[in-house]
Write a protein that binds this ligand. Structure first.
Ligand code: ACO
Length: 364
């Protein structure tokens, strides 16, 4: 039976994460994602997602050492970053640079070591390009900082505050995995041909880029900037809905209640940016939009998704709009690589059918 967009189709078995879209739960390998975000570091969470068990002290130290080793930019990548035109957006730069890692070491079958290497290098590429675009010289990775602190350090060149590190770490843990979303599916389709980890992740980055998936948070800030003041919210939102446009940061294929990640990030945003007028506007727009969505799209159960409050959290730690989707990528790389490893373990090539709706010659 034809299912546009594969809605409701179960395409694979997975032990990595579970989503209850009706009740609003996200579970990573048997534990609530929000509990992991509250109690563990990014390194521990990544280890857990890749290996299925929480690491011992020695294991997490070993992982941390590897992340530090692999986050140094290879020479060819640095050269490439200078060859690419500066008007290229970061997601396209990431797609291109990650593709260039695909030397002969990366082959079928994918390994955890490759997952670590990719996770380590993505923040370095993002920070390098972000600074280059702003005409600033790059900041080399700090040899002592953990993964998330180092990312902020490479972006700003300054020692990040603990509050900013913990806020970003919470965001990155809450978004590092999310079942069979579009980009994860892309990665699994690519590896299912017995291709390699780099090709799978290059596919995923290209898929992540679009506004119906990872590209929404900067559109959320555009929307809030467009609205500007609480008094404008209702008429602005009504006009969009009258024109049949979608409100960015609302609706989800799986969640038919509030996205648990959005709830956790909202809490974080309130903690960090209590007095921020922009956040006050965001909360007002959230409430107004949910009411209007029920009026214009009754019964569709459209609520705020993770992207809405991702924008608020990233603003509160002073990350600029063009960093939103790349930062999402820097966390989701963990889930993508875990799915690639899982797919490779019990591989069946993805090859669905399509329903032909064109003309046919007379067939004998
Ligand atoms: N604003 C207005 N209407 C919406 C929205 C929205 N944000 N989302 C869905 N709808 C409406 C659709 O127009 C459709 O209406 P209809 O029944 O009259 O045709 C109905 O709700 C169902 O929409 P679908 O597109 O079938 O729902 P789907 O599950 O395919 O879409 C999606 C999910 C793509 C996330 C959608 O809600 C959307 O476009 N949201 C805005 C973009 C966004 O926030 N993306 C980030 C998603 S989170 C993430 O990927 C990490």
């Amino acid at each position: 039976m034809l299912q546009h967009g594969l809605k409701g189709v179960i395409a694979a078995e997975t032990a990595i994460s579970y989503i209850d879209g009706e009740k609003g739960h996200l579970v990573y390998r048997g534990l609530e994602a929000k509990d992991i975000a509250l109690n563990y570091s990014f390194e521990e969470a990544a280890y857990f997602i890749w290996n299925g068990s929480l690491p011992s002290q020695t294991e997490v130290e070993l992982l941390s050492e590897k992340l530090k080793k692999y986050r140094v930019l290879p020479e060819h990548m640095e050269k490439m970053l200078h060859l690419l035109p500066t008007d290229m957006e970061i997601m396209s730069v990431l797609r291109t640079l990650i593709s260039s890692l695909g030397n002969s070491h990366f082959q079928w079958k994918p390994t955890v070591e490759e997952a670590i290497q990719l996770t380590a290098i993505i923040p370095t590429i993002i920070a390098y390009w972000h600074r280059r675009k702003a005409g600033k010289s790059p900041v080399a990775p700090h040899e002592n900082y953990d993964h998330v602190a180092n990312y902020l350090y490479m972006l700003t060149g300054e020692t990040p505050s603990n509050v900013h590190v913990k806020t970003l770490e919470t965001y990155m843990i809450l978004t590092l995995e999310h079942g069979m979303n579009a980009s994860t599916f892309s990665a699994r389709v690519t590896i299912s041909t017995e291709s390699d980890m780099i090709s799978a992740i290059t596919s995923a980055i290209g898929t992540m880029k679009g506004p119906l998936h990872g590209g929404a948070p900067s559109d959320v800030t555009k929307m809030l900037n467009g609205i500007g003041r609480k008094e404008n919210a209702e008429s602005w939102l009504r006009e969009k809905l009258e024109n049949g446009e979608r409100l960015m940061g609302f609706g989800h294929r799986v969640y038919k209640t509030k996205d648990p990640r959005a709830l956790a990030l909202k809490e974080k945003a309130l903690e960090v940016g209590q007095d921020d007028p922009w956040l006050a506007l965001a909360l007002y727009v959230e409430e107004t939009a949910i009411q209007l969505l029920e009026e214009y799209k009754p019964g569709r159960k459209l609520y705020t998704n993770v992207e809405f409050f991702a924008a608020a959290v990233m603003r509160s730690i002073h990350l600029e709009d063009d960093l939103f989707t790349p930062t999402f990528t820097a966390s989701r790389i963990v889930g993508w690589t875990a799915h690639v490893l899982e797919q490779a373990e019990r591989n069946v090539i993805f090859r669905p059918e399509s329903q032909y709706i064109g003309q046919l010659p007379t067939l004998s």
